[in-house]
Design a binder for this molecule. Structure first.
Ligand SMILES: C[S@@+](CC[C@H](N)C(=O)[O-])C[C@H]1O[C@@H](n2cnc3c(N)ncnc32)[C@H](O)[C@@H]1O
Length: 239
């Protein structure tokens, strides 16, 4: 059986950074040997090193760090095994499968538009293959749908999780719509854990304004690059 493959996040960004790093390294060589401009060459070495570091850190995140961070994220959802869990922007199933593996009577639902730019090899087939590989197919289902208009009735889930999805909504009002949807589909007493590398202070405030208790903390920076934050929120029973 093949091992699960959760893809490379933002593959186009990594490719552009890699080209930038190689270009700067080439400029450094030219600067030293042809132009005889050592100050220019040294600054190009710094640029090449900085961009190269970003490439390595982002690859590390996709290949290993995000898997470890996903376990911690799902720990924070405090599953008892009977919940209905929604993964918003599930991609190839990283959180979905981590949650499904911990369920006994419950069900994990992955919602996505399966955008290829956000994740390499993204698509429901890849997610189904990963579910099979991890032996979690019987506790999970996939739904084609947009985070801004989720195809679920109010209060459908005890737990909502999400990683690196909402920043892909470029307009603030679109992210606000997605957060309002998360609040809507959560049952009273339900929990949401949302991880992202941008806008998380706003996510926490928006959830508080909607009446949830919400705390925000930095994810272990050795696991995720760019530095990523988590919002852990609870919808109180009388919401
Ligand atoms: C960087 S990937 C992360 C995937 C997965 N959560 C993970 O951590 O491996 C972002 C995911 O969000 C999805 N996405 C982006 N915009 C979305 C939207 N409006 N509604 C639902 N999913 C969306 C993309 O298709 C992609 O699968």
């Amino acid at each position: 059986m093949k091992k699960a493959d959760y893809g490379i996040d933002a593959p186009g960004v990594i490719r552009n950074l890699a080209f930038g790093s190689l270009g700067a390294a080439a400029a450094a060589v030219l600067g030293f040997h042809l132009l005889h401009q050592p100050a220019f060459a040294v600054s190009m070495i710094w640029v090449a090193g900085f961009l190269g570091f970003e490439v390595i850190a982002m690859l590390w995140t996709s290949l290993k760090g995000k898997r470890l961070a996903a376990r911690k994220l799902v720990d924070l959802a405090e599953l008892n095994g009977s919940e209905r869990v929604l993964d918003v922007g599930c991609g190839r199933g990283l959180l979905l499968i981590e949650a499904a593996k911990r369920l006994k009577g419950g069900r994990a639902v992955g919602l996505d538009i399966w955008n290829q730019e956000d994740l390499s090899g993204n698509g429901p087939e890849a997610t189904r293959t990963n579910l099979e590989a991890e032996g979690a197919s019987d506790r999970a289902e996939l739904v084609d749908g947009n985070a801004m208009a989720m195809p679920f009735p109010d209060g459908s889930f005890e737990v909502v999780v999400s990683s690196l999805c909402l920043h892909n909504l470029y307009q603030a009002q679109d992210r606000a719509k997605a957060l309002a949807e998360i609040v809507r589909v959560l049952k009273p007493g339900g929990r949401a854990v949302i991880q992202d590398f941008r806008h998380t202070a706003v996510y926490a405030n928006t959830l508080r304004e909607a009446g949830l208790e919400a705390k925000r903390h930095l994810v272990n920076p050795l696991l995720m690059f760019p530095p990523t934050w988590r919002v852990v929120a609870k919808k109180t029973k009388d919401e």
